[in-house]
Design a protein around this ligand. Structure first.
Ligand SMILES: [Zn+2]
Length: 256
């Protein structure tokens, strides 16, 4: 199902081994890898998993989304739910992505779960950075919304999270990932350290006051760096209007 969906949305043909290698991709944080692995294995207790024989009726009621009153599949949670956050998280993700690339994120369950294996064509000099940012945005956004869904349904007993909180948490999540990238350029991480150039390429065109940043912003801990969600940078509108063209994608590659 995931492979078919990715092909339909992105014209990229994946093999099953791409999916399993993708969720182990070293660009992904450990908790995000676990989330994608669990979601791909249908291992979370959501939706029809509560309808297994033997569950008492009061547990079976948990199969439904408290907000939408339909079966709460992972697809519903991440791409269809009407509770605060699902649409907003993907809008924020698209906004940042539009500053980097002209394509639509095409957020379906398939593209979300397979995102580490999808390669996007771009400027040759920055292609590694664009593909990497795509992976980070897709996986961190999906994982954040999953965490907020669990807070809403379990800790807050259905109380919605406000739009301003959602926006702040999304920005914080992406900035934390940016900070992790900066830290991981340290040679003390040896084989796991990330090249400075790759971090620069990943975040290029997404940072606040980017033109004023010193050349060594990646490694200078004294420089305050964060993403910039511009309302209109003069490019986003045009880029967003571009179709999700097949030529925007390259063949998937296996993850190291
Ligand atoms: Zn829902």
């Amino acid at each position: 199902m995931i492979i078919q969906e990715v092909k339909q949305e992105t014209k990229v043909t994946l093999e099953e081994k791409n999916l399993w290698n993708g969720i182990r991709h070293h660009d992904l944080s450990c908790t995000t890898r676990v989330f994608l692995w669990m979601a791909m294995h249908n291992a979370y207790m959501v939706g029809a998993n509560w309808l297994w024989p033997g569950f008492a009726p009061e547990y079976q009621e948990r199969s439904k989304c408290q907000k939408c009153h339909t079966i709460e599949t992972m697809d519903h949670i991440l791409t269809k739910c009407q509770a605060n956050g699902q649409v907003q998280v993907w809008q924020l993700a698209q906004k940042l992505w539009s500053q980097k690339d002209g394509t639509n994120l095409a957020t379906t369950l398939g593209t979300i779960l397979a995102n580490p294996s999808i390669m996007i064509k771009g400027n040759r000099k920055t292609v590694n950075g664009a593909n990497r940012l795509y992976r980070l945005i897709m996986s961190e956004s999906a994982h954040l919304f999953w965490k907020m869904r669990c807070e809403r349904t379990i800790q807050k007993e259905g109380e919605e999270i406000s739009s301003s909180q959602i926006k702040n948490r999304w920005i914080e999540t992406i900035n934390t990932r940016l900070e992790l990238d900066q830290k991981m350029t340290n040679s003390k991480y040896e084989k796991k350290s990330i090249p400075i150039k790759l971090v620069q390429n990943t975040w290029k065109n997404t940072l606040k006051d980017e033109g004023q940043l010193p050349q060594n912003w990646v490694t200078d801990g004294g420089v305050l760096v964060g993403i910039d969600l511009r309302d209109d940078d003069g490019r986003g509108r045009d880029r967003l209007s571009q179709a999700w063209e097949p030529e925007n994608f390259l063949s998937p590659t296996l993850c190291a």
